[in-house]
Design a protein around this ligand. Structure first.
Ligand code: GMT
Length: 375
């Protein structure tokens, strides 16, 4: 059994979810897992034997204009590597986490291997900044193994950052015990949605790249043909802009802004179609969550989305920004419940074949043993 340190952003977000769920699964298999983060990861809400949490504390020295979080993290990592005799540090994000792990490895006395997982934003957003490129490249090249959450992200990383290392694709996964069709009685009623009305859903952090305005404009076209409700779940920088658009289109009664929510499986189970119309998306974990709950997904031809949705088989893929065709696809689904059911079934089969948590866990374990030279 291995001793594994995991560093991620512990707040809401796909990378934090993946890191935490992976840690939980590794612990369940008997590995010792040490989370080294700024706060307890939000999915780590139950008691888990074999899981330990090491908080990175920040001291506010008056000489520093900004508290040096990255250095505090590297120091804590080194402390945990030596104190707990870690075999592996699994860093989620090249910058800053892999960089901190590399520094920690140099500081620590106990030998440790670094596995880095790229989640997208570290490459597609930070990678645009040429001053960051060098740092990202260093983080990737100095890691003992690097994984990315889609083929698209591997290609983008190679093109944008110019690295030649092997980057292995390890897809995202969901906790299948949480994400299944799970209707809470009267939930539609609670949101004043007529019981026979169709529901569209979008879940994101409302960053610009998520194009939530496209979701609202698509919904407007759909709703003109078939009375529908749109649930918008999440919060973020574009929230008020999206609210303005909803007012402008006079859709206040049909669009529900739910903000950040915990009961995502129940909300997804209420919906018929999930929209993810992003301009950047390395995988789109929310798609997998929707599929788990039996919701058909319509997405854009961006990043890793076409690796998750098989066009015309498990859902639909349309051009980024092509609202009219996206709306047509949604209408075709809502008008044909049989087709929708068939696609939901196909999606579920495809997901269990390619994105099962068991498979992903085994894949990461294999990578750990490979870097430790035990295979
Ligand atoms: O989508 C976000 O803005 C959050 C971001 C994160 O770092 O948590 O998500 C990224 O990682 C997820 C888990 O691997 C992927 O499913 C998301 O597609 C990816 N987001 C982007 O690439 C924009």
């Amino acid at each position: 059994m291995l001793k594994i340190g995991i560093t991620c952003y512990p707040s809401v977000g796909g990378s934090g979810i993946i890191a935490t769920e992976l840690g939980k699964m590794l612990a369940k298999k008997g590995h010792e897992v040490h989370f080294i983060t700024s706060s307890v990861p939000f999915r780590l809400n139950l008691f888990h034997p074999n899981i330990y949490f090491h908080e990175v504390e920040l001291n506010h020295y008056p000489v520093f204009q900004y508290p040096p979080y990255d250095l505090a993290l590297a120091t804590k990592m080194a402390e945990v590597i030596d104190g707990e005799k870690l075999d592996i540090i699994h860093a989620h994000y090249a910058v800053p986490h892999a960089i901190c792990a590399i520094l920690a490895k140099q500081m620590a006395k106990h030998p440790v291997k670094i596995v880095t997982t790229l989640h997208g934003t570290d490459i597609t957003v930070l990678g645009i900044d040429s001053s960051m490129k060098k740092l990202i490249r260093f983080g990737i090249e100095a890691s003992d193994a690097v994984t990315a959450v889609s083929k698209s992200l591997v290609n983008q990383t190679k093109e944008m950052i110019g690295v030649t290392n092997d980057i292995e694709v390890v897809y995202n996964f969901i906790n299948e015990n949480e994400y299944f069709h799970n209707t809470e009685p009267n939930l539609k009623e609670k949101y004043n949605i007529p019981s026979d009305e169709k529901v569209l859903i979008h879940i994101s952090n409302f960053r610009k790249v998520k194009r939530v305005e496209d979701v609202v404009r698509t919904f407007d076209l759909v709703n003109k043909q078939i009375p529908t409700t749109l649930l918008l779940v999440g919060d973020g920088p574009e929230y008020s802009k999206v609210q303005d658009l909803v007012h402008e289109l006079q859709l206040e009664k049909k669009v529900h802004f739910l903000g950040k929510q915990k009961n995502i499986p129940e909300l997804l189970s209420l919906a018929d179609v999930k929209l993810l119309l992003s301009e950047k998306e390395s995988f789109g974990l929310v798609l997998l969550e929707a599929i788990g709950c039996g919701v058909v997904c319509v997405g854009t031809n961006t990043g890793g989305i076409p690796e998750v949705i098989q066009h015309n088989h498990t859902g639909f893929i349309e051009q980024l920004g092509d609202i009219e065709n996206i709306a047509k696809r949604v209408i075709s689904l809502l008008e044909n419940p049989q087709k929708m059911e068939e696609m939901a079934r196909n999606a579920s089969e495809y997901a269990s074949k390619h994105f099962s948590s068991e498979k992903v866990l085994a894949h990461y374990e294999k990578i750990y043993t490979q870097v430790l030279g035990e295979e």
